[in-house]
Design a protein around this ligand. Structure first.
Ligand SMILES: *Cc1c(COP(=O)(O)O)cnc(C)c1O
Length: 431
């Protein structure tokens, strides 16, 4: 429990008692930076530069084409998938790391729609507040295949799942609010209504416990460069439940997903299981960097104890976000509205704030914080949602003193109205 009033000494004590504190040593973080944007781009694992150099100079430079065998490049997507499976409640052989999140969503949604064609159901449900690329992919795919994409608010679930609905496509943790769905309950409700589920784990993998098999989900995809620390544009991942594994249709039927690519047969024959979700030749350098990132998260496994997968990271993540919320409320009273759910079961690993007065300063405050080395980000609002300041908390490399200092900087930015300086209001291309 967070005490009523939190002090700097409390934060130091929490750091001293934190069993995960040593994991920060796995990363290269610039001096003077408090990084609260690991939900957008994870930080550089210390092992990555040497590993990438090794792949380039030895495996590529010396090994050349032989490295597909000798360095086992050929099954790298599967080997990484097996490692990642441990973090998302999947079994070995059920996950591959490949392509990007948007592309993987196209593949799994296509597969889900194909399965539902014979049922005559023609509606795909998603949330209006889902990440735009998910909605764009679904929109064009639905148009192409004669389905209708229906956008809803969370409160309409599960009532909206009627006999017209083919697929429920949700992002487990909302990118903007940090709100988390109950995957198991919603999946059960979908199945009871005859609906398949597609889950996007972009803000979940490496951030919160995920139990894909236990929840009985059908398809899942997720991102490699956020909480998995795989590097900018890192390959993403795909999971499919074993009950679909040998019959789903991959629309991008490239040769790496063929049952026997080196037979060079003129006809496509899908590989068994999730391997068919590979398309073309895999990005080995990028996959090698992703492996370093996944390893940084797996390094927390020995701390999990009986709680199982991600238990230790989850406990610290909740303690960090609790502390941040408490300190913002204590030290900036009345200034912000908490957008992220307070309830632990509904909270991802981020905290989003809106300005309580509804003013337009959110972007400038984030910029003023960045100038002070506190890196969070800004997401513009719309008619339904205010502008937000977004802070991601990655327990692998953040401590409670970081939380204290971040809030101290926020207090300073507000007290001295630093954010009103003209250089902080100029919109950059990437917010
Ligand atoms: C970050 C994110 C993506 C990113 O997709 P890319 O193809 O990697 O650009 C997709 N969906 C969600 C929900 C995300 O949070």
């Amino acid at each position: 429990m967070t005490p009523m009033t939190m002090t700097f000494d409390d934060c130091r004590r929490l750091d001293a008692e934190d069993p995960l504190a040593t994991l920060r040593g796995q990363f290269i973080l610039p001096e003077g930076v408090i990084y609260l944007d690991g939900n957008s781009l994870g930080v550089l694992p210390g092992a990555a530069p040497a590993r990438i150099a090794e792949v380039v100079t030895q495996e590529w430079g010396e090994g050349l084409i032989r490295s597909w065998n000798s360095a086992r490049w050929i099954d790298l997507p599967q080997r990484l998938g097996d490692k990642l499976a441990r973090l998302i409640g999947a079994a070995p052989g059920e996950v591959v790391c490949t392509d990007g999140t948007s592309v993987n969503l196209y593949k799994v949604l296509f597969a889900a729609l194909s399965q539902m064609i014979p049922t005559g159901r023609r509606v795909v449900i998603s949330e209006r507040s889902n990440f735009p690329t998910d909605l764009y992919i679904a929109e064009s795919l639905c148009r192409e295949r004669g389905f209708t994409l229906k956008l809803i608010d969370e409160s309409e679930l599960p009532a909206v799942l009627d006999e017209q609905v083919a697929v429920l496509m949700l992002t487990h943790v909302n990118y903007r609010t940090g709100a988390m769905h109950d995957m198991k309950t919603l999946t059960a409700a979908a199945h009871a209504a005859g609906v398949l589920t597609v889950w996007d784990l972009a803000h979940s993998a490496g951030a919160v416990p995920v139990a894909l098999n236990d929840s009985g989900a059908d398809f899942a995809i997720g991102c490699g460069y956020k909480y998995l620390n795989g590097g900018p544009g890192a390959p993403a991942f795909v999971w499919v439940h074993a009950r679909h594994a040998s019959r789903f249709e991959q629309p991008l039927s490239g040769w790496f997903g063929h049952a026997a690519p080196f037979e060079f047969s003129p006809h496509y024959r899908p590989a068994p299981g999730v391997a068919r979700y590979l398309c073309g030749t895999q990005p080995i350098i990028a996959l090698s960097a992703l492996e370093c990132g996944i390893d940084t998260v797996l390094a927390a496994e020995p701390f999990d104890g009986k709680g199982g997968s991600m238990a230790a990271l989850r406990a610290k993540s909740l303690a960090l976000t609790d502390a941040f919320i408490a300190l913002v409320e204590q030290r900036c009273p009345g200034r912000f509205t908490l957008i992220t759910p307070r309830e632990h079961a509904r909270r991802g690993s981020q905290v989003c704030l809106a300005l309580a007065d509804g003013g337009a300063g959110a972007y400038a405050i984030v910029q003023a914080l960045i100038a002070r080395g506190v890196i969070g980000d800004f997401r513009a609002g719309d008619t339904r949602m205010p502008d937000i300041l977004r802070f991601g908390f990655t327990p692998l490399y953040l401590g409670f003193e970081d939380v204290w200092n971040a809030v101290e900087h926020l207090v300073q930015v507000l007290e001295h109205e630093e954010w009103k300086q003209p250089e902080f209001t100029q919109k950059l291309a990437v917010t």
